[in-house]
Structures are given as C-alpha cells and as structure tokens.
Design a protein around this ligand. Structure first.
Ligand code: C5P
Length: 229
C-alpha cells in the first residue's frame, strides 16, 4: 500500500486579520506553508503529496514543495470540500487500502517523531486515527449570556490534532456521506465516526498548534526554536 499526504492549504485564514492567507505569512523567515511541508518531508520523504490550493491563489510558489511526487487540487468553499477535491485528484492512482494522511498547512510544529509514531500506529489499523492531546484545562460550557452554565468533566477529552490518517476508500466514502447527509464535519475523524467507525487516538505533542489567531505566529516561532535545540 502507498502513503499519501493531503495538505489542505486553500483557507483564507480570516481570523488572522492579515493581508494574505496565514499559510503565506513568514514564520522563522519562511512562509508557514514551506515550514509545514519541510517537516512532513523530513518524516515521510517517500509519501505522495496532494496540496489543495485556491485556484486563484497569487502567493503560492512551487519552489516551496520538497516532495518529488506531488500534485495540486482546487480548494473548495470549506475545508472538507478541499479534502474531497484532493481525494478526487489522487483517485486514479490510489487503492482503497492506501493510507491517506491529512495535515493542516497551518500546523508547522508537528514533529518528525509524532509523524513517524502516527504512521507506525496506523500501519495495521483497518480504520485509521489521528494525533490527539489530552485536554489540560478545566472545561466550562456557557449559558449563552456570558456566564458558566456547567463545568464539563475533562476526563477522557482530547484535542483533535492533525495529521489524521485513514484508508483511502473509507475516507472517501465517509466524507461523501457527510456531505450528502449535510453532517457538519471539521475534521476527517468526525466523518469516519459518522459512518460508525472508531478512529484510533495516538497521543501527540501539545505544541502541534494550529496557527489561527495573530498571537499564534509568535508562539509557533518559539515552539520551532525550542524544538531545534
Ligand atoms: O481555518 P482553519 O485553520 O480551520 O483551516 C484548517 C486548514 O484547512 C488550513 O490548512 C486551511 O488552509 C485549510 N482549508 C482549506 N480550504 C478551505 C478552508 C480551510 O484547504 N476552504
């Protein structure tokens, strides 16, 4: 079986409030997208990459892609649409039991070690799974008016990170069913759960953060420099 990497990079990243999508903002001197692809390549150099890009993206430079075997797919309106477009782009060459790892371009701090452990953990798994980190904070649910309604137990709660890896056939079916049934999915695992399967949780580092808000860029720079020591 082959290993595929799908990297959705077609978001606009509006919550950053920057002049360009967050994947093109500089992180330690290079665009976020280049940093993320470099980490993925360091861990999985033989993987085949499909990058989801906005068809009208004026910022992308193919020189940032370190993979020998890569292709692009047109990004869609939502992340799930971009991932579905990527699966369509690899379909002619992918077998149902090939493993597909989906990784947010906005997570440049994923480590080589976490990537290797995830691939090893999923090698013989018929369903697939995801990197995840146990919730550390006490969790509150609000009452809709700015006050605490309840305290939720954090016992057994995890943050869903990426990559998330599933067999090509299962992932494609799950995502198409989610769209057809109008189930709102914000990650691959929730689509797989919606078709009745249980993704494996692979404990990953908590510093695999997703650059979302302006302060996250500085945090990611700190994480990268600490990881290199
Ligand atoms: O905006 P958010 O951080 O949730 O996006 C997660 C990932 O999905 C990012 O890598 C972003 O570029 C990607 N995305 C996409 N197509 C969209 C929306 C988001 O590829 N329409």
């Amino acid at each position: 079986t082959r290993l595929w990497l799908v990297v959705p990079a077609a978001g606009q990243g509006r919550r950053m409030g920057a002049d360009r999508p967050k994947q093109y903002l500089p992180l330690a001197g290079r665009p976020v997208l280049a940093c993320t692809l470099e980490r993925l390549h360091a861990a999985l150099p033989a993987a085949r990459l499909c990058l989801c890009l906005d068809p009208e993206d004026p910022y992308f430079d193919p020189a940032w892609v370190p993979f020998a075997d890569w292709r692009r797919a047109p990004g869609g309106a939502e992340r799930v649409d971009s991932v579905i477009a990527a699966l369509a782009a690899i379909a002619p060459d992918a077998a149902d039991d090939d493993l597909v790892l989906v990784h947010d371009v906005a997570r440049p701090c994923v480590t080589v070690d976490d990537l290797s452990r995830l691939v090893t953990a999923l090698a013989d798994d018929p369903v697939g799974g995801l990197l995840a980190a146990p919730v550390a904070d006490t969790m509150k649910r609000d009452d809709g008016a700015g006050r605490v309604a309840t305290t939720e137990s954090r016992e057994g709660l995890w943050h869903a990170l990426t990559p998330q890896g599933f067999r090509f056939g299962l992932l494609r079916r799950a995502l198409h069913e989610a769209l057809a049934r109008d189930v709102h999915v914000t990650d691959e695992a929730s689509a797989v759960e919606a078709v009745g399967r249980s993704p494996r949780l692979v404990a990953g580092r908590r510093d695999n953060l997703k650059i979302t808000h302006p302060e996250d860029l500085a945090l990611a720079e700190l994480v990268l420099s600490a990881q290199q020591q």
